[in-house]
Ligand binder design. Structure first.
Ligand code: KG4
Ligand code: ZN
Length: 340
């Protein structure tokens, strides 16, 4: 392949605890490589300093692997896309500095990508892709949002969490249950073997906003009270606790999604972000879709959790629109979505 024939984008994702790189050629993902950090497991959460050091160790190998897997060289690249934010500053800095270095060295444009927008644009990696407009329930470790998507560059947040994110609720409750970080996938697996026999109440939050911090406290108090009379309560009820926690989180999410459909009249729905890998959520949406005449779009799990293919896809749309970043652009731990 020679430069100029195709749009070839190298994308780098380093916002949290995954170092990832992907190659996209003319809108098609050719490789998608990821090194997930396991160093945080025993700490019950991501340790920012450890994360940035691990990104530094992995990034050269990860980019190299993505290039090789796509049978591409640095000289073939048209642009470098990287995650500008939101995320952990030290982690973002590694991807940002590496992308800038390559952009300068190769004299090709730099594209700054918003991590949450990229989660949504992961819907365009594989067919079937949604038509516009669609609603996207974007649920990750740090965000819980309902976004109206009118085009790849027109995204409007209709509602979001006022405190903890859905993934954070999974992770914090899981930590309390003694599960390793990230607890979301662990709770998902345990829930498959249990039933939602314990009931928790829905938070009363107006409009399309969410709240998960009260639920976390509710579950913790419930378990604390049970343990007072039965010290082995968690061990003997783990699968049912997991199932009950997952059930209420999924119901809170789906409830707001139903409200968003009522308010907007849009019945085309996508899900994005790490929590969209949850089997309870995926199954619930599949059941609700025919009942409510929803057209649902559920990306493969590898494109729901953090990955660089989604950064490449978002970078591709920016490339087409000529939206390039300057070399003095900085990573941002907090970064609002465009067009709000
Ligand atoms: O999007 P993501 O990979 O990283 C962020 O941008 O935050 O999301 C990570 C979050 C974590 O809270 C993790 O526990 C949750 O997604 N998660 C899940 C599942 N897989 C990942 N939560 C519930 N069920 C899952 N299967
Ligand atoms: Zn993410």
């Amino acid at each position: 392949m020679s430069k100029g024939d195709n749009i070839v984008i190298l994308a780098i994702e380093s916002s949290c605890d995954d170092t990832a790189a992907s190659i996209l050629v003319d809108g098609e993902i050719k490789s998608n490589f990821i090194a997930s950090q396991i160093a945080h497991k025993s700490y019950g959460g991501v340790v920012p300093e450890l994360a940035s050091r691990q990104h530094q160790e992995s990034i050269v190998h990860v980019v190299d692997s993505a290039l090789k897997a796509a049978n591409t060289t640095l000289q073939d690249l048209s642009a470098i896309a990287f995650t500008q934010g939101p995320g952990l500053l030290g982690s973002l800095l590694v991807g940002n500095a590496y992308a800038k270095g390559l952009s300068m060295g190769l004299d090709i444009p730099l594209i700054a990508v918003h991590h949450m927008e990229a989660h949504i644009l992961a819907h365009f990696i594989e067919k079937p892709v949604p038509d516009f407009p669609f609603l996207c329930l974007t649920v990750s470790g740090g965000h819980t949002q309902i976004v109206r998507v009118d085009s790849p560059s027109q995204l409007k947040v209709l509602g979001q969490t006022i405190d903890d994110a859905a993934g954070e609720a999974f992770d914090k409750i899981g930590k309390y249950l003694g599960l390793p970080y990230p607890a979301g996938p662990e709770i998902d697996e345990l829930a498959k073997k249990g039933s939602p026999v314990f009931s928790f109440t829905h938070p009363q939050i107006d409009g399309l906003d969410f709240s998960f911090s009260g639920l976390k406290t509710q579950v913790m108090y419930f378990i604390r009270d049970k343990i007072a009379s039965d010290p082995g309560f968690i061990d003997s009820n783990l699968v049912n606790i997991a199932s009950s926690v997952q059930h209420i989180i999924v119901e809170i999410l789906v409830d707001k999604l139903q409200k968003a459909v009522q308010l907007t009249g849009i019945r085309r729905i996508g899900i994005a972000g790490g929590v969209s890998a949850n089997s309870g959520l995926r199954n619930r949406l599949k059941t609700l879709a025919p009942e409510n005449e929803w057209e649902i779009y559920i990306p493969r799990i590898q494109f729901c959790t953090d990955n660089a293919a989604m950064i490449a896809m978002a970078g591709y749309y920016k490339f087409i629109e000529g939206q390039f970043a300057k070399l003095d652009c900085t990573p941002m731990a907090r970064l609002p979505m465009d067009c709000n």
